[in-house]
Design a binder for this molecule. Structure first.
Ligand code: ADP
Ligand code: G3H
Length: 743
């Protein structure tokens, strides 16, 4: 399964086959064949239904890209003063090497009349005007990426390509669902929004939730998770293809089609078709970077640092699927080309006699001479290795660097642009009818985005046919007032925590008055324990991206602050858990933050099923947690044994269910839960043999965090019980209750 179309996975819709006529300005007409390639991933019941509450729209005072569009009246010289005033304000504040600063640099140097706008510090919008051939509105295209990538998709924002690119709030973090939703809402003008994202679990979750919420607001949105990395599907564990640099080509094609006035269904169909089986990428990292495997292996790895080629890494340059020992350029090219050409997802050799385009992407840290040597090797051999009829275009450079930016590596992408419909390919010709030419036209279509430097090799690019958009349009407000990293013109903070789900909360069981203080204490204690574990959990997560502890710390700090300041309604578990879901989604982020957000929201919904007169009991907690875990399984697409939180959560909840048959004492329940979570967590420790070397992996950080949370709750219950016993003993010793018969 290469791509996920969320309208099929999250909504149950499907995309129907169609043979539509598609045009881009100045191009020939062609036909596409779209297939329904969506697949179902578990039930999402419950989460979407939560989105029916009242909507808290942005106040008029809050800035919006739309204000800029609609107020564009072309003022004279006073506008210039606006720019200057705002510039000086912006320059006054300190900057550091953040994603926001990086995007600010991009926006400030945009060469096309300040057409780019940075909103909320993380999303770059194109605010230019672009008319469509029909004069009607047009579909908007957006993409998103982790924070830390060199502007990545933001460099593709501009006329003819992307309308917005949303970056994760921090290095390595995906945008939160709230950020994505904000961007979709900004772009929405009833013509539809296409969201393209490189397929990764955390991205699918966050973007999926955002798209779902957008739909509940009546916005037409389609999400395509592009999976082009062919090695993942070849790996022993199989699995969904991860997204790699191929998405850049789809952004280019979608942007051109949107400029041509095509509707969302058609643009989506073209992109989905290409993503499903016409595009393939292999990621290759040279040398090992920071790794914290066990002592003996660290030494081994450091010695071999430069002679390992890691294949099938993710966008972080990690989690490789294969390794090959080599320092030889020619061997590197052979390995990569072999994997690319023999993508066994395609049963037959997919690329034989195909008309293709190719992209060699510098992952970020490779010097130009070294990179160009690789390009030279690949360009001379790719045609023969793939058996393609012709490579019509080459795209090279830092097309989509890894989120580390320093990764010494490259990726190679090939895309079938349609058979030229000659000779034996008559049957194909009926399907593709001129697609080849038109996809080339889409790729050659001029754009104002600074990241796309390719202008077409064959001289067919005719500017008379492709008039550039009106770049010098002036707007009332300057873009710089939007560089303030989250402040609107009135100085209010846009609240990404705004969540309409939190309104219209149905009455549900409440915490007895005499228990509220204890409940609060437990919550704060859990947060404290999690915060203390930050560095240990980061170390455990080093085999991945080493940030699980820090992600948890941010989430726990946000919860602790909200609880202590009284922002969380601790008298109602349903409301408390919903607030946790919201806070973790926003502050913790990462895969785990989003999954925990889903867990807590579902947990919360389960309390809402009960009458507010029902008294809280352990059954309710265990049942709610069980529902939450089921949602994590459905959305997270992992099973027990995959080294995730499920490995400790599932045995813990099963253990509590067993105990519940005999006892309702929370200490008994928690004791068992901690014991089971600990066992499950230990099972996530494992070793891998790779030739001579054995690599030992400690327990999974997420699974371990579950144990810490349960342990912290148990600690508080034990403490309370010990205190109660002490009080009882003191009472008995000092002033024993007079026996009735003695009175
Ligand atoms: N699909 C999933 N289902 C359940 N738990 C998961 C899943 N993916 C990751 N996790 C858990 O999340 C932990 C990593 O959390 P974190 O580091 O915060 O996220 P990220 O890897 O996105 O930075 C893993 O150790 C694992 O326990
Ligand atoms: O860190 C990112 C992961 O490698 C992404 O892989 P996934 O999509 O299988 O979760």
């Amino acid at each position: 399964m290469a791509t996920v179309e969320d309208s099929s996975t999250l909504n149950g819709d499907s995309v129907t086959d169609e043979h539509g006529s598609i045009k881009i300005p100045g191009s020939a007409e062609y036909h596409v064949s779209a297939e329904n390639n969506g697949s179902g991933y578990g039930s999402t019941e419950g989460l979407s239904s939560a989105g029916h509450g009242s909507t808290r729209d942005r106040s008029l005072g809050q800035r919006s890209i739309k204000d800029l569009h609609y107020s564009a009246t072309g003022r004279g010289s006073s506008e210039h003063h606006d720019f200057m005033d705002q510039d000086s304000q912006v320059e006054g504040r300190g900057r550091s090497f953040t994603t926001t600063a990086c995007l600010e640099g991009l926006v400030r140097t945009d060469g096309h009349g300040r057409q780019l706008v940075l909103l909320d510090g993380n999303t770059v919008y194109w605010r230019g005007h672009q008319s469509t051939p029909s004069g009607s509105g047009r579909v908007k295209v957006m993409a998103g990426h982790r924070g830390g990538h060199y502007p990545a998709f933001a460099r593709y924002v501009g006329a003819g390509m992307l309308d917005a690119a949303v970056a994760g709030p921090d290095h390595g973090r995906h945008p939160t669902a709230a950020q994505v939703l904000t961007a979709i809402r900004e772009l929405d003008d009833r013509c539809g929004v296409l969201v393209l994202v490189a397929s990764e679990t955390a991205a699918i979750l966050n973007y999926g939730i955002a798209a779902q919420k957008a739909r509940t607001r009546g916005i037409i949105v389609k999400l395509l998770a592009v999976g082009d990395d062919v090695i993942r599907s070849q790996s022993a564990s199989g699995g969904r293809r991860r997204g790699a640099a191929g998405i850049v080509l789809l952004c280019k094609i979608a942007g051109a089609l949107a400029a041509g006035g095509h509707n969302l269904t058609k643009i989506f169909a073209v992109c989905q078709r290409l993503s499903t089986d016409r595009i393939a990428t292999v990621n290759a990292m040279i040398g090992l970077r920071k790794r914290t495997y066990h002592e003996d292996v660290i030494r081994e790895i450091h010695r071999s640092e430069e002679n390992v080629l890691l294949l099938g890494t993710d966008a972080n340059g990690r989690n490789e699927i294969r390794t090959v020992r080599t320092t030889d350029l020619s061997t590197m090219a052979s390995v990569v080309l072999d994997l690319l050409a023999n993508d066994d997802q395609h049963i037959i050799r997919r690329w034989r006699d195909a008309d293709i385009v190719a992209m060699v992407n510098n992952m970020g840290g490779m010097s130009d001479p070294r990179f160009m040597a690789i390009v030279a090797e690949l360009t001379s051999r790719l045609g023969a290795a793939t058996g393609a009829r012709a490579v019509h275009r080459w795209y090279t450079g830092r097309m989509l660097p890894s989120s580390g930016n320093t990764d010494c590596g490259f990726s190679v992408t090939i895309m079938d642009i349609g058979n030229a419909a000659r000779g034996s390919a008559t049957a194909d010709g009926r399907v593709y009818g001129g697609l080849c030419y038109s996809l080339i036209a889409c790729l050659d279509f001029p754009v104002s985005a600074s990241g796309w430097t390719f202008t077409g090799l064959d001289g067919r690019l005719d500017l008379a046919q492709h008039p550039p958009p009106d770049y010098v349009r002036r707007h009332r407000s300057c873009p710089c007032d939007l560089l303030m990293g989250g402040n609107d013109r009135e100085g209010d903070k846009i609240d990404h925590e705004e969540d309409d789900d939190d309104n219209d909360f149905p009455p549900s069981p409440i915490v007895p008055e005499d228990q509220v203080a204890f409940f609060t204490e437990v919550l704060i204690h859990v947060c404290d324990r999690i915060i203390e574990m930050e560095s240990q959990m980061n170390a455990m997560d080093e085999t991945d991206d080493g940030d699980c502890g820090s992600n948890w710390r941010r989430g726990a700090e946000a919860i602790r602050a909200s609880v202590t300041s009284g922002k969380v309604d601790v008298t109602s578990p349903a409301s408390t858990l919903r607030s946790f879901g919201r806070l973790l989604e926003t502050h913790m982020a990462g895969t785990l933050g989003t999954l925990l957000s889903i867990l807590f929201r579902t947990f919360s919904l389960s309390f809402s099923k009960h009458s507010c007169r029902a008294s809280l009991g352990p059954n309710m907690w265990v049942d709610g947690l069980r529902h939450g875990i089921a949602a994590v399984e459905a959305y997270g697409m992992r099973r027990p044994g995959d080294r995730t939180i499920l490995d400790s959560l599932l045995p813990a909840v099963q253990g509590m269910k067993d105990v519940l048959r005999k006892s309702k004492n929370p200490i008994h329940l928690l004791n068992r839960a901690v014991r089971e979570a600990d066992k499950g967590c230990k099972l996530t420790e494992h070793t891998i043999r790779n030739g001579e070397a054995t690599t030992s992996y400690g327990a999974d950080a997420g699974a371990y965090s579950v144990k810490i949370v349960l342990e912290a709750i148990l600690e508080k219950y034990n403490e309370r019980s010990a205190a109660a016993m002490k009080t009882a003993t003191i009472k008995n010793c000092i002033c024993p209750t007079p026996r009735r018969d003695m009175q």
